[in-house]
Design a protein around this ligand. Structure first.
Ligand code: NDP
Length: 302
């Protein structure tokens, strides 16, 4: 039976730690950390993600600024809003909820955020810092996975890791972070041949393909730690996970892999909550920087 890697529990512990960092720094800083979240249009899933993030902010003492822009906003209009937020001294982090409507140039939007206010760690400058091994805000999902592995005492040095997916959001930064931890990394994608042969050799398998339940027991060995990044809403009667019915599933057939692998993240309650916590880590990290406070979160920024 696999060990369950409980992201929900660790995410709450990290939020407690952030709350205490904020309480301690508040007087010297003279203000709370501020996070601006920009949502364009009315996509309901994005609405849920944004409200999760603003709720998490409130819980730990980060002031959230929600900016709702019209679906038809132009790239220039969004950039103009971001420019205002770049100049706003109350704001330490800016997040644009993705995906953006198809007429928007997402790359231009992400580049217009000041690298020092990049809460998502997706600005080209900050991705470059990750590549060079220099400090900076980190992409939230892979950084959350690194924290979860560390807190579960999963040693990475000398291991073989396979990351399925090569997106800028997850797969590519994940590969870099694992490599920086001295794992030997292979990044697979939709053109990769004989995926199961590759994944069977993995000590750590991170699956971020966005394909519901594509990874099963034939892809893993008894030694594999499986990190399931995927998140999909599926009709309840089809989502049999650990004997229970869920309306969410990941990229992994959890029940099957659970009975074989060394460890696994559940969906929900694995990677998702960690992503939100790492957004807060990036914001508090920047607040400490902007307000001349000591950096205390280096262990959470791989
Ligand atoms: P993308 O669609 O941007 O990338 C998917 C990647 O998977 C691509 O590189 C693609 O390859 C690869 N891929 C697709 N099919 C296969 C296949 N059959 N075999 C091997 N590789 C394949 O997705 P994201 O990285 O943005 O997200 C991945 C998943 O993670 C989604 O389900 C998303 O909802 C979820 N997610 C969850 C988060 C959380 O907090 N839990 C946060 C972010 C994402 P190619 O490049 O060749 O097209």
């Amino acid at each position: 039976m696999a060990k369950i890697l409980d992201g929900k529990k660790l995410a709450l512990e990290i939020q407690q730690r952030l709350k205490s960092e904020i309480d301690q720094g508040l007087i010297k800083a003279g203000r709370a950390p501020g996070l601006a979240v920009i949502r364009v249009g009315n996509d309901p899933a994005s609405g849920v993600y944004v409200s999760n993030k603003t709720r998490a902010c409130e819980k730990i003492g980060v002031k959230s600024f929600s900016i709702q822009l019209d679906e038809k906003s132009s790239t220039e209009e969004i950039i103009s809003k971001i420019t205002d937020l770049n100049d706003d001294l109350r704001i330490d982090g800016i997040l644009v909820q993705l995906p953006l409507p198809s007429h928007i140039n997402s790359s231009k939007i992400l580049k217009s955020i000041l690298p020092t206010k990049d809460a998502d760690g997706l600005h080209a400058y900050n991705l470059g810092s990750l590549l060079k091994g220099e400090p900076g805000p980190r992409s939230c999902t892979p950084a959350g996975i690194m924290a979860l592995l560390a807190s579960s005492n999963i040693e990475l040095d000398g291991t073989r890791a396979v990351v399925v997916g090569r997106s800028i959001l997850v797969g590519k930064p994940m590969g870099l972070m694992l490599q920086a931890a001295n794992s030997t990394v292979t990044v697979a994608h939709s053109h990769t041949k004989d995926l199961s042969k590759l994944t069977n050799e993995a000590d750590v398998l991170v699956v971020a393909a966005g394909k519901p339940q594509m990874i099963g027991k034939e892809h893993v060995s008894e030694n594999t730690v499986v990190i399931d990044v995927g998140i999909h809403r599926i009709p309840q009667e089809k989502a049999l996970v650990n004997g229970s019915l869920y309306s969410l599933c990941g990229d992994v057939r959890t029940e099957e892999v659970f009975s074989k692998a060394r460890a696994i993240t559940p969906v929900p309650g694995g990677v998702g909550p960690m992503t939100v916590s790492m957004l807060l880590v990036n914001t508090v990290f920047r607040w400490q920087d902007h307000c001349g406070l000591p950096f205390t979160l280096a262990d959470l920024l791989p």
